[in-house]
Write a protein that binds this ligand. Structure first.
Ligand code: UD1
Ligand code: CA
Length: 452
């Protein structure tokens, strides 16, 4: 099929300089959600209609399989689809989607397409308790005869609760003809896509309908309150999926997944955690409150304590992270590594059973096994122009408050005394101390305050 996604609306009621369809839902532009569902249907042509001021849409969503068509003026949904006509393949039907209706599911779309078949006009409709604002589905003898917009309807028509989701599937050759014949003789002075129903009936083409499985699939976004409502619905659905798969959530209303979260067995996630990008939690992982975890992999049995921030990290099985730890991209931890409070790790491999329990920075480093990095120890990886590596071999002990000025290497089993500024390599098995010798001045009198 051809798929046309309407995305020309700026979205006045969003009160934003960003085009409406680029506003994120679960961390991803609404339009990207729609395109994901569209792509799952394997369309022959995938056309996005963007609007004046919508160049950002084109820039942000650019992909080889997309054709962008500009609608200079927003003259209505029918006019928007008309802009895509030159791109549509006549031999397959055309499905119209909305870029601001992000949660529409592939299954509902497949059902609409198969109900319509190649030769009928299919409309996806839904029953709403409050249909205000939507186009009402007007039936005679059970058959759809027209769709009446809120602003055009009379009292009886507006009382109808079955509404148009806006999603339609039509045979392409007659669709092109119908679109060309639309007029804007209505309350809004717009070319309504919905008027193709009358055209189809006049041509003797049947108009059929199906419903999505869930009402929220058909919910569109015109404002921030509606976006926030859909975000919550979407997050609640994700949480329900995690629970159904056996994950324990302290509160399904207090987790946000902006991407994909894969969990093993017996995973526990406490409140207020945010997962972004691709995150994998192994069997038995626990995540304590208020953690942000992005594009990271956490090994079996690892414990992420409260208030941690992880990005691009790989945490080995049985590790203990936090509270208040920060793992930055390239943090690659072996098994049973301990990273404690106010420790930052970046672009560093830390091998099994090593520990940095308090207030340390490990950057651009290779740390061996069973290494102890004391409180306040810092790898000085940046000389103001370039980054350099620090190598710490197995069984090293780094005392508190040391500075390891890279490039530098600490040999296996070496001990670096507290307060040392290491500027040359420490030989394996040695004790290295660069501390100023302690002196004591007996009977020291402290200065006293001058009298005024
Ligand atoms: C439309 C339908 C209505 C349906 C509702 C569902 C028509 C005439 N009405 O009404 O029956 O119940 O959607 O949400 O079709 N767009 C363009 N170019 C335009 C106009 C709109 O690209 O010139 C895009 C918008 O960006 C949006 C979609 O089409 O993604 C719907 O437009 P909108 O103005 O919101 O239509 P509604 O009045 O809500
Ligand atoms: Ca709308």
């Amino acid at each position: 099929m051809n798929i046309v996604v309407l995305a020309a609306g700026m979205g006045k009621r969003m009160y934003s300089s960003v085009p409406k369809v680029l506003h994120p839902l679960a961390g991803k532009p609404m339009l990207a959600h729609v395109l994901d569902s569209a792509r799952a249907l394997n369309p022959k042509k995938l056309v996005v209609v963007y609007g004046h001021g919508g160049e950002l849409v084109r820039e942000r969503m650019a992909a080889d399989d997309l054709v962008f068509v500009k609608q200079e003026k927003q003259l209505g949904t029918g006019h928007a689809v008309l802009q895509a006509v030159p791109e549509l393949d006549d031999t397959v039907p055309t499905l119209v989607l909305y870029g601001d209706c992000p949660l529409i599911d592939q299954v509902s779309l497949e059902r609409l397409v198969s109900t319509a078949g190649g030769h009928q006009l299919g409309v996806l409709t839904v029953e709403l308790d409050d249909p205000t604002g939507y186009g009402r589905i007007i039936r005679e003898d059970g058959r759809i005869v027209r769709i009446v917009e809120q602003k055009d309807g009379n009292e009886a028509e507006l009382a109808v609760k079955e509404v148009n989701t806006g999603i339609v599937c039509a045979p392409t050759v007659p669709l092109k003809r119908w679109l060309a014949s639309l007029t804007n003789n209505n309350a809004q002075g717009e070319y309504y896509l919905t008027d193709i129903i009358g055209r189809a009936l006049a041509d003797g083409i049947a108009v059929v309908s199906t419903h999505p499985d869930n009402i929220w699939e058909a919910m569109g976004v015109n404002s921030k309150p509606q976006l926030a409502e859909l975000e919550r619905i979407h997050q609640r659905n994700i949480a329900a999926g995690l629970l159904a798969a056996g994950v324990t959530l302290a509160d399904p209303a207090r987790i946000d997944v902006r991407g994909s979260l894969t969990c093993g067995r017996d995973v526990f996630i406490d409140v207020n955690c945010v997962f972004e990008g691709d995150v994998e939690l192994g069997d038995g992982v626990t995540v304590s409150p208020n953690c942000v975890i992005r594009d990271s992999k956490i090994g079996a049995g690892a414990e992420i304590r409260g208030f941690c921030h992880l990005e691009g990290a790989n945490v080995g099985a049985g590790s203990l992270i936090g509270p208040y730890a920060r793992l930055r991209p390239g943090a690659d931890l072996g098994e049973e590594v301990h990273i404690g409070n106010f420790v930052e790790v970046k672009n560093s491999r830390i091998a099994a059973q090593s520990k940095a329990n308090h207030l340390a920075y490990v950057g651009d480093s290779s740390v061996g096994e069973r290494v102890n990095i004391g409180a306040g120890a810092i790898t000085c990886n940046y000389d103001g122009a370039n980054k350099h590596r620090t190598v710490i071999e197995d069984d090293v002990f780094i005392g508190t408050n040391c500075e390891l000025v890279a490039p530098v290497k600490v040999g296996a089993g070496a001990t670096v005394g507290a307060g040392t500024t290491l500027t040359r390599d420490a030989p394996a098995g040695s004790l290295v101390v660069s501390r100023v010798k302690q002196t004591a001045i007996a009977g020291w009198k402290r200065p006293t305050k001058n009298k005024k």
